[in-house]
Design a protein around this ligand. Structure first.
Ligand code: TPP
Ligand code: MG
Length: 796
């Protein structure tokens, strides 16, 4: 490590700190002018990582490394990208504003190549661990070309470590043999509200070691280490080692004079030590006492340079929240914002002239050409765009399987994947399935038997080698295509997020499919949202679902997931009733998850289908009689667009029953029972309330913006239904899912579904109890479409 390198890096650190502080200051003006809101939570929090990020981005990182930056360090990240020519001044000046640099690093909204989005604390951290597992997967399967493996690095807030998903990830990482993963804990001993508990680092150390990680503790910088070596230095070390976090923070905030008072009070006259401290100015004393390793470039470079292995490594780096700023150390500084007067003090210290705030080299003592040539050679910024591309992989035009007369969609899913597993193609080799300990019970078994489980080290199935009959072969190898997870659903979603970004992170196209019991989607919901926010591409299968799981009781019955499917951006939700529908949807999904076009909405459906996204399938274990029909192109299109007429309403239609999912037999039965007493009844099969609703909203918006002919799929379907006709909607899920159908063309609507916690029972008991059986559908139709009494209603 040369002095030249240290000089350049410390100049850059100053610059980064200034730019970050300035951009937040500017952002605050932006807000104050508009609505008087204060912008907080960034200045102090980002400053504590300024030195570590300077060392990493300008020296340590390589193009293949990927980083999740702590949410509030976003200004430092953007400032660094600006200096590397990857971020524009306009975006910085509009930090937190419309189309400006994002408050929290965002893969989808920022333009400076964020590797992993962060914001909801804890998720970005776990994302690096799962990304390193995926990196191993693509390398072992030969999908990575000659790209060297990188290090997956998380910059973690110390309070962020409270998030439970981090611990779940650690355990899973241990099971899977995670490597090439660094977690650098920004140990500033402050959270949002306060100063953290004493001695947390010891707990972290024990924890990480227990999971097989190396732990590096970086506590003091070179200045303090030198002082400790001088006569009496051991007393100083003992004092600072035992100094409570609160007191340390308070003294840091107060500065040199306060440090001197306190040290004199506590240590008394210590001869040579006191003489050494007395000889320092107040500023130098403060600099010495806050010389923590996380702000000491030589210590950091040395520590990073020494990691010459691929073992997972936790680095606990002591830092000061608000380092280098007047806010440093104050426990309220998280949402604190420097006043204009404080900014002027910083400006003077940084020697930045008014009007030159954004200039690269303003206020730096090193010659411009030296800095410029250094920046041009920074290893991180070599090798072109960090976002990689993977070619589209051809997927089968149709998935054909033999459909039994009676089958559930979950069984159909198993059979379809088994079919895919049989095929020899690039496509089928790139399928990767995963499940949190419900592989068998979600019907992935047949695929896993064919394709095996993934592990870096082969492991035989002892039951198989001992010839004990079993339905599942549990054999691991580096070529296996199923990643078996422990029960933690958070891990499922974060792994899907990492697998689903493989094309962009590692240039390797994968087709990730994750299965779980539908009610437990909610357990991982924030991670699912996170995965979609990052635009990860995967197929999620929630099965079984609803009160159809009758004997399992309320704890296993999902009610609100159809609404999640509708509301979750980036996720197209389907709930088929029949296996031929599922085959069509699955075929569509394999294509849809690969799309990344920027085009306008499709004029047929008003969906943004060129852009693609992930897919959620809500399936069921209920065996349902399958329709014997040919799959026409029109039917196929209807299934994908979200609905088709199972029975087309006639011109005098009085009632339409619209159903989705496993409740189809009740809807079909009800229509049969009503046919004699209500004219021209229609039966609408809804395969995707989500896509219908999205298309309707988009087409309405298009009309309001001057495209009068815009029509969505559901608008076209309902255009044929006379205005006086009533609509009864029904599903095994929350009734709001389909209730909006009445608003499309103004039909009176009665939505049926499940609103209250489920319970154990036989399926007919529960259908009756929750009012979604044929009788309830008929009763609703009678109420909404009055006429002569429906004779079967009494008989039921
Ligand atoms: C899941 C979640 N909960 C709460 C928050 C609000 N929040 C943002 S930062 C923060 C505390 C951060 O403390 P720490 O991780 O120590 O970072 P520091 O600011 O000290 O660097 C909180 C509670 C959040 N962003 N995400
Ligand atoms: Mg903190």
């Amino acid at each position: 490590m040369t002095k030249d390198l240290l000089d350049v890096l410390s100049a850059l650190e100053r610059k980064v700190l200034w730019l970050a502080a300035w951009m937040i200051h500017e952002a605050n003006h932006l807000r104050e002018n508009v609505d008087g809101l204060k912008v907080g939570g960034h200045q102090a929090s980002s400053a504590s990582l300024s030195t570590i990020m300077t060392a990493l981005y300008f020296h340590v990182l390589r193009p293949q490394d990927r980083v999740a930056v702590k949410p509030h360090a976003s200004p430092i990240f953007h400032a660094i990208q600006y200096l590397l020519g990857r971020q524009s001044r306009d975006k910085l000046a509009a930090f937190r504003g419309y189309k400006g640099a994002q408050s929290y690093p965002s893969r989808t909204k920022d333009t400076d190549d964020v590797d992993f989005s962060t914001g909801s604390v804890g998720l970005g951290v776990a994302q690096t661990l799962f990304a390193s597992l995926v990196q191993d997967y693509v390398h072992d399967h030969g999908f990575a070309g000659d790209r060297p493996p990188g290090r997956m690095i998380a910059l973690v807030g110390d309070a962020e470590m409270d998030e439970g998903n981090i611990f779940e990830a650690l355990l899973e990482g241990w099971k899977q043999g995670v490597r090439n993963c660094w977690w650098i804990i920004d140990y500033n001993r402050q959270s949002l509200d306060a100063v953290v508990r004493e001695g947390l680092w010891e707990q972290y150390e024990k924890l990480f070691r227990a999971f097989g990680w190396d732990v590096v503790i970086l506590k003091y910088g070179v200045l303090l280490e030198e002082a400790f070596k001088k006569p009496g230095g051991d007393k100083l070390r003992a004092w600072i080692d035992h100094c409570p976090n609160q007191l340390y923070s308070a003294l840091t905030f107060q500065g040199g004079a306060a440090w001197r008072r306190r040290l004199t009070d506590d240590l008394g006259d210590q001869g040579p030590l006191s003489a050494m401290l007395d000889a320092l100015s107040d500023d130098d004393l403060a600099r010495l006492m806050t010389n923590l390793a996380g702000h000491d470039l030589p210590t950091l470079l040395d520590a990073f340079g020494k990691i010459d292995h691929d073992r997972p490594t936790c680095i606990i780096a002591y830092t000061v929240k608000g380092h280098g700023l007047p806010l440093a150390g104050h426990k309220d500084n998280h949402a604190g914002l420097m006043t204009s007067a404080q900014m002027e003090i910083l400006r003077t210290a940084m020697q930045v002239r008014p009007g030159h705030e954004w200039d690269f080299f303003e206020g730096l003592s090193l010659p411009e050409h030296e800095l410029r040539s250094f920046l041009e050679k920074v290893p991180f910024a070599q090798g072109g765009p960090r976002r990689l591309q993977a070619a589209r992989v051809d997927v089968p035009a149709a998935l054909t399987v033999e459909i039994a007369p009676t089958m559930s969609t979950q069984q159909g899913f198993g059979v379809l994947l088994n079919e895919v597993g049989k095929q020899k193609s690039d496509f089928s080799d790139r399928i990767v399935t995963t499940s949190p300990d419900v592989t068998m019970s979600t019907n992935l078994g047949a695929f896993v038997n064919r394709r095996g489980l993934f592990a870096r080290q082969p492991m035989v199935d002892t039951f198989k080698s001992e010839r004990i009959p079993s339905t599942l072969t549990w054999e691991f190898s580096p070529k296996g295509q199923h990643m078996e997870l422990g029960i933690a659903e958070m891990n499922l979603f974060i792994l899907l997020s990492a697998l689903g970004l493989s094309h962009s992170l590692f240039g390797a196209r994968l087709f990730p499919i994750g299965t779980l019991y539908d009610p437990f989607v909610c357990r991982g919901l924030d991670a699912l949202n996170y995965a979609c926010y990052q635009d990860a591409r995967f197929i999620l299968v929630g099965t079984p679902s609803g009160i159809t799981l009758a004997p399992e009781g309320g704890a296993h019955q999902s009610i609100g997931t159809p609404l999640i499917g509708m509301a979750q951006d980036g996720l197209a939700a389907f709930e088929p009733s029949f296996v031929d529908e599922l085959a069509v949807i699955l075929g569509f999904a394999f294509d849809y998850i690969q799309r990344d076009g920027e085009g306008e909405a499709c004029e047929r459906t008003w969906l943004r289908d060129e852009t693609g996204g992930s897919v959620y399938l809500r399936l069921s274990t209920r065996p349902v009689e399958q329709p014997q029909r040919a799959m026409t192109p029109e039917l196929r299109q209807g299934i994908i667009d979200g609905a088709y007429w199972m029975r087309k309403p006639g011109p005098n239609c009085q009632v339409v029953v619209a159903y989705t999912g496993a409740i189809a037999p009740e809807a079909i039965q009800a229509v049969g029972l009503m046919a004699e007493d209500r004219r021209d009844i229609g039966l609408l099969a809804v395969t995707s309330a989500d896509r219908l609703n999205a298309g309707w909203t988009a087409a309405s918006r298009a009309r309001e913006r001057g495209l009068p002919h815009a029509r969505s799929h559901i608008e076209r379907l309902l255009a044929e239904v006379p205005p006086h006709c009533g609509i009864v909607t029904v599903l095994d899920g929350h009734p709001a899912t389909l209730a909006w159908l009445g608003a499309v063309a103004g039909h009176r609507t009665r939505p049926l579904g499940v609103e209250h916690f489920g319970q154990t029972g036989a399926l007919p008991d529960l259908h009756r109890h929750y009012g979604i059986d044929a009788n309830a559908i008929v009763a609703a139709a009678q109420a909404i479409a009055p006429g002569r009494p429906i004779r079967y209603l009494k008989a039921l």
